[in-house]
Design a binder for this molecule. Structure first.
Ligand SMILES: [Zn+2]
Ligand SMILES: [Zn+2]
Length: 166
C-alpha cells in the first residue's frame, strides 16, 4: 500500500465515524503514516513543524485510539508513544531501544497465525496483537561493545604495566 492509500484509509475511517477533517489533522495524519514508527506527542509535533497546538495533536490521537486505528503504549518512564494501526485487525510490532529510545515498526509476524489458533479462555477470540519488543539498537550495541573493548584494553594495559613494573 502506498502512503497515499494508507492516508486515504485513515481519512475514510475518521470520516465514516463522523469526524471532521481539517488541514492540521490531515498534516498530522500524513506525518504519522510516513514516519511509520511509534512517536510521542512531542515528537509528532516536532515532525510536523512544531507550530501545531498540542490540543490538536491530542484530539486526533484520541480519535484514532477510539476508532482502533492507533495504539498507545509506554515508551519510557512518563512517555507514551502512539503508533498507527492500518486496519482494525492489523497486528502491530514495534522495536524499542531501551537505551536511546530509537524505535521502528516491522510487519513480519510469525506469531499471528499461531495466536489465532490458541484456545483462549472463556471463548475469547484473538483478533490482533500488539508487540513491543524491547532491546538495544545497533548503534547502542556498538557503543556498548566499544566501552567493553575499551575497558578490556585498559585492564590488559594495567596488567602489562604491573608485569613490567615487577
Ligand atoms: Zn539505542
Ligand atoms: Zn505478530
Amino acid at each position: 500500500m502506498t502512503t497515499d492509500e494508507r492516508l486515504l484509509r485513515l481519512q475514510t475511517a475518521l470520516k465514516d465515524a463522523g469526524l471532521r477533517s481539517s488541514g492540521p489533522r490531515d498534516r498530522l495524519l500524513r506525518v504519522l503514516v510516513t514516519t511509520d514508527k511509534p512517536v510521542s506527542v512531542q515528537e509528532l509535533r516536532r515532525l510536523e513543524g512544531g507550530q501545531m497546538h498540542v490540543a490538536t495533536v491530542y484530539r486526533l490521537l484520541d480519535d484514532l485510539l477510539l476508532l482502533g486505528r492507533a495504539v498507545r503504549f509506554t515508551q519510557s518512564k512518563n512517555t507514551f508513544a502512539f503508533a498507527l494501526r492500518e486496519g482494525r485487525d492489523d497486528s502491530v510490532h514495534y522495536l524499542i531501544c531501551e537505551r536511546c529510545g530509537w524505535s521502528s515498526a516491522f510487519r513480519e509476524c510469525v506469531a499471528g497465525k499461531w495466536l489465532e489458533t490458541v484456545p483462549a479462555p472463556g471463548g475469547f477470540r484473538v483478533e490482533y496483537h500488539l508487540s513491543v519488543l524491547h532491546g538495544v539498537c545497533k548503534s547502542c550495541r556498538r557503543i556498548g561493545e566499544g566501552a567493553l573493548a575499551e575497558s578490556r584494553n585498559l585492564t590488559e594495559r594495567a596488567q602489562k604495566n604491573n608485569i613490567a613494573n615487577r
